[in-house]
Design a protein around this ligand. Structure first.
Ligand code: NAD
Length: 337
């Protein structure tokens, strides 16, 4: 099987090569550009494409891939929001993903972001290196005893809840239209609320862990921000499109938030996973977000651990091998229709 591997970074190549070793059944063609309407032709002659979070697998791109002989789309990530699944099904393309690799990687990063924002590690690091050992401006707040609200309690949300509840002693409340069974919630130290509004009104800190779907797009908007406590800490390690950036900036300007942590951003595909340090950022909303003293942005890094990369490579290869052999593959992504 020939695979066109888009958006390749060195660490992708290293992790995949380490997992497939000397096997000859799959041949990867590592391509640096992201998949889009212009680059899709690079997949010509391959059986599958392997893509990541910001590759564009919308309808027009899928049509080109189909035309070039592609049969399989292998996502090397959990989220599937960048693929038009219905269109893929109509074209007879099979889509597979890695629904679970290391929920701990993302959960630990989310908790790290809450801790960074509540204790201002990021500011202390720069201050001390400048020879300034004053504490003024670094006053933090405990996580212990605070109410933390989780939006979404799948694999990552549950793990985040466990760390915050059992590790930090926070009161963890959660909203999820498909809640975990009572004994699972209890084991992870989570109590469900019936409505998102209750979570927004009660939480001192909010962490988002639901997928980006048409129903969850801009779940954080002007109205929902208005329902949050003043001085709330908001962390998003899920998908950028869950937050309406204009509403977030408005809330930040109105001092609604103590701090905001963003590992993802609504229009991240233009900048994330790229070095733009010698360019002028043309995205005024991103520039504005970076200008706030109480906003911490990282470049979609939450998944990025040795363990997670290994798990992603293993599952992706296993998915592709199952498809090549015509075997059942449990990670086929289907449209809800
Ligand atoms: P999951 O599918 O196990 O869980 C998602 C949960 O969200 C489910 O329980 C679902 O019922 C719930 N949900 C759906 N709609 C909701 C709504 N309107 N309100 C609240 N909850 C809702 O997914 P997961 O493995 O926990 O991953 C969650 C998300 O994290 C992924 O969809 C992906 O976008 C993101 N992610 C980010 C990174 C990163 O590096 N930043 C890495 C992996 C995953």
């Amino acid at each position: 099987m020939q695979i066109a591997f888009f958006s390749t970074r060195k660490y992708d190549r290293d992790s995949f090569e380490a997992v497939y070793g000397d096997s000859k059944d799959i041949e990867f063609h590592f391509i640096e550009p992201s998949l889009d309407v212009k680059t899709a032709v690079l997949a010509e002659g391959c059986d599958a494409v392997c893509i990541f979070v910001n590759d564009d697998a919308s309808g027009p791109v899928l049509e080109i891939l189909k035309d070039k002989g592609i049969k399989y789309i292998a996502l090397r990530c959990a989220g599937t929001n960048n693929v038009d699944i219905k269109k893929a099904e109509d074209l007879g393309l099979t889509v597979v993903s890695v629904p679970s690799y290391s929920p701990e990687a993302v959960a630990e990063f989310a908790v790290g972001m809450i801790l960074t924002l509540s204790r201002k590690y990021h500011k202390a690091y720069h201050r001390v290196r400048d020879g300034n050992f004053l504490l003024d401006g670094l006053l933090g707040q405990n996580i212990n005893g605070k109410t933390v609200g989780l939006i979404g309690t799948g694999r990552i949300g549950l793990c985040t809840g466990k760390i915050l509840s059992l590790g930090f002693g926070a009161t963890v409340i959660a909203y999820d239209p498909y809640p975990a069974p009572a004994e699972v919630a209890q084991k992870h130290g989570i109590t469900y609320v019936q409505q998102l509004d209750e979570l927004l009104e009660r939480s001192d800190m909010i962490s988002i862990h639901c997928p980006l779907l048409p129903s969850t797009r801009h779940v954080i908007n002007e109205e929902t921000i208005g329902k949050m406590k003043n001085g709330v800490i908001l962390v998003n390690t899920s998908r950028g499109g869950l937050i309406d950036t204009s509403a977030l900036i408005k809330g930040l300007k109105e001092n609604k938030f103590a701090a905001v942590g963003m590992d993802v951003y609504e229009k991240e595909s233009e900048y994330f996973f790229r070095d733009s340090s010698e360019k002028v950022i043309q995205d005024d909303q991103l520039s504005r977000l970076l200008s706030f003293h109480n906003v911490f942005v990282s470049g979609h890094q939450a998944f990025f651990t040795i363990e997670a990369l290994h798990g992603i490579a293993e599952t992706t290869l296993s998915n592709l091998r199952s498809l090549a052999k015509g075997e059942q593959c449990k990670n086929i992504v289907k449209s809800s229709k």
